[in-house]
Write a protein of this length. Structure first.
Length: 288
């Protein structure tokens, strides 16, 4: 059972990130299709997915179109009850549903003042009183969730509650918003999550014109430091791409070796964060 998932720009589309994580973080197979979020072409791209008018959009194997991220999450949880999208514990599941619902409808000031931007991080974004009020509300509901268990995520194991707040974590980190130590650890866990790192690396690999530029001093991205890699010429130690199995055409140097990939995107997503890709790390370890 494979779904079709239609997404916007990975660096800036917070709802697309949620839609992708709802599949990728729970190993639900999907084919991704990138839409032109900027430039006035989105409605043309979505013409065959009516009545959808925004991204993300999920199309089921039967052809049903789901154009709302919460509807997508619920449908996936229903179709894949053993994947762990919702917590199995009734108390934690109830809390998770409330957290997701509030994120779906709330935090307007935070969203408006701090649009998701995985390209840049700022040293000080001078948050407004309304933005800080939203951050205080986040602290309250996150603290309530954390009080119910000992796990690292909002409701114990990683769930749709964390999917919903992944872009929020990116906003807090990217705009240097003030949070408690407990909330900061939760934000850091998102930035280190393998699927989040893959999403950002793919966004950097396909980066177009910068969006949401703010007049603040920038700083290094606060997530895990990417291992050094650089594009180069071949030949490589491998003949087939570690992701697709196709013959290699594009190359990068990493840890003293040259590795090949079937296209520039496969190479560049690896270049931007080699450690985010288990198949590549496994290849590099075999070739040491």
């Amino acid at each position: 059972m494979t779904y079709d998932l239609f997404l916007g720009d990975r660096l800036y589309s917070s709802w697309s990130l949620r839609g992708w994580l709802a599949c990728a973080a729970f190993d639900i197979p999907c084919r991704t299709h990138m839409m032109r979020l900027y430039g006035g072409k989105l409605q043309d791209d979505l013409r065959d997915l009516a009545p959808a008018k925004t991204v993300p959009v999920l199309r089921t194997p039967e052809g049903a179109v789901l154009w709302d991220s919460l509807a997508m999450a619920e449908e996936l949880a229903t179709r894949h009850p053993d994947a762990g999208l919702w917590p199995s514990d009734p108390l934690l599941r109830s809390t998770a549903r409330s957290l997701v619902a509030e994120m779906h409808s709330g935090f307007a000031a935070l969203r408006s003042a701090c649009p998701m931007n995985l390209l840049n991080a700022y040293a000080d974004s001078a948050p407004s009183a309304d933005t800080l009020s939203d951050v205080c509300r986040l602290e309250m509901i996150w603290g309530h969730a954390f009080s119910q268990h000992d796990g690292p995520w909002l409701c114990g194991e990683y769930s749709l509650a964390d999917v919903a707040y992944a872009p929020v974590a990116a906003r807090i980190a990217g705009y240097a918003l003030p949070v408690s130590d407990r909330a900061a650890r939760y934000v850091a866990a998102h930035l280190a999550h393998p699927r989040f790192r893959q999403w950002r690396a793919m966004g950097l690999a396909a980066a177009g014109a910068p969006q949401y530029q703010m007049p603040y001093d920038t700083r290094h991205w606060p997530g895990p430091h990417a291992l050094d890699a650089a594009a180069c010429d071949g030949p490589s130690v491998n003949e087939t791409c570690p992701y697709s199995g196709k013959p290699v055409t594009d190359f990068l140097r990493y840890d003293g070796q040259i590795y090949g990939f079937c296209n520039a995107f496969c190479r560049d997503k690896t270049l931007h964060d080699p450690a985010a890709w288990p198949a590549f790390i496994a290849l590099s370890q075999r070739e040491r």
